[in-house]
Design a protein around this ligand. Structure first.
Ligand code: KG4
Ligand code: ZN
Length: 352
């Protein structure tokens, strides 16, 4: 099955064509980061307007790249998939409406996709012939600017949320810290880079909280407090530290970044360890923008090696928001069940 995927949940306008779940025939991503940089975060109105300006050209490019010989490349795909949530309402609306329009015009099926589910699928893209069924039961971690969640998957289209952040997401924690430290947007990549200047053994020089969630904290059914995390205290601790000890030079800023990053990485790794200890998972899949973090990758690899569970990471081009993960997941039956998808609306707070 060949699927055209469309993604516009936040500040990337993306389209891609994927065959049978994993074979990426094309993937085009237009990043709006430079548009939002002056504001230190994503401005929804700017994001929405930019999606509207770009989406048509991005879709056309993805179709052309996938089928350079074809005069009517849209006719080559079997279905059209798009993110319908979670994300920014005015952003989601652009990609979802474009997909609806194409589906109506072409008569092809429309497949609504959950963005966070697709981040977990991203680890499968471009990996060649692999036995995907043998990867389950799988522990999944989707870690991005808007979410941090652990899931237990028994099949590509069947999973249960078992842990999550109860406040800020990991990416948000990186972004807010970078803003406070005057390092620009997005914060994750810059903190990742600056923290490397500090040797590993010196990276715990400032004690930041580990985000423990009280065992009696009220949680939705299925969630386990020991697999949940809170990053808002970490942000407050950084603010308090920053007020008392404003960094005087680049080396001090690097020390703060390294300790802060270590706290996020430790918090995530500790929860992952609790889950892996159960011994019930055949693989550990990690997707989402924050999975680009070098230190997190290194620490998760060490953990997975210790528990002899293969760690599945996406290629860097599929870690951040992209449409290949949307098309890929939809092409293996991972779209949301919908009787009449053309009547569906976007859902900015679609549950993971
Ligand atoms: O998955 P993504 O592209 O969009 C969302 O669905 O949110 O994730 C974006 C997030 C941002 O918060 C960004 O700071 C973070 O991913 N990020 C990183 C790194 N690269 C991107 N965080 C830590 N280290 C990185 N190298
Ligand atoms: Zn995302």
């Amino acid at each position: 099955m060949i699927v055209l995927g469309i993604e516009s949940s936040c500040d990337e306008t993306a389209a891609a064509v994927v065959r049978n779940g994993t074979e990426v025939l094309s993937s085009v991503i237009y990043s709006q980061v430079p548009l939002h940089q002056p504001y230190g975060g994503v401005v929804p109105e700017i994001a929405s307007r930019s999606h509207i300006e770009k989406i048509r050209a991005i879709i056309e490019q993805a179709l052309r790249d996938a089928f350079p010989e074809s005069e009517e490349p849209l006719q080559e795909v079997d279905a059209i998939a798009a993110t319908c949530g979670p994300g920014l309402a005015a952003s989601l609306l652009v990609g979802w409406s474009a997909a609806k329009g194409l589906a109506l015009a072409s008569g092809k099926p429309l497949l609504p996709v959950n963005h966070m589910h697709a981040h977990l699928w991203s680890v499968q893209l471009d990996k060649g012939a692999i036995d995907i069924a043998a990867q389950y039961p799988q522990l999944g971690l989707a870690i991005s600017g808007g979410h941090t969640c652990f899931v237990e998957a028994t099949a590509p289209d069947h999973y249960q949320l078992i842990g999550q952040t109860i406040d800020d997401a990991a990416g948000e924690a990186f972004d807010k810290a970078a803003k406070l430290l005057g390092l620009g947007y997005p914060g994750g990549p810059v903190i990742d880079r600056i923290a490397r200047e500090i040797p590993l053994e010196e990276r715990h020089s400032i004690a930041f909280p580990q985000g423990k969630v009280a065992l009696d904290h009220p949680l939705s059914p299925g969630l386990r407090a020991e697999l949940c995390v809170s990053f808002s205290g970490l942000k407050t601790a950084l603010l308090t530290y920053f007020r008392k000890n404003p960094p005087q030079n680049e080396a001090e800023t690097a020390r703060v970044c390294a300790a802060y990053q270590e706290a996020i990485v430790d918090a995530v790794v500790k929860r992952a360890e609790i889950a892996l200890k159960s011994g019930k998972y055949k693989t550990f899949a990690v997707g989402g923008g924050v999975s680009l973090n070098g230190r997190l990758r290194e620490a998760l690899q060490a953990l997975a090696d210790r528990y002899h569970v293969p760690l599945l990471l996406a290629f860097p081009r599929y870690c951040g928001d992209n449409a290949a993960m949307i098309a890929g997941l939809a092409s293996v039956g991972g779209a949301l069940p919908a009787e009449d998808p053309l009547a569906w609306d976007i859902d900015p707070s679609l549950p993971v």
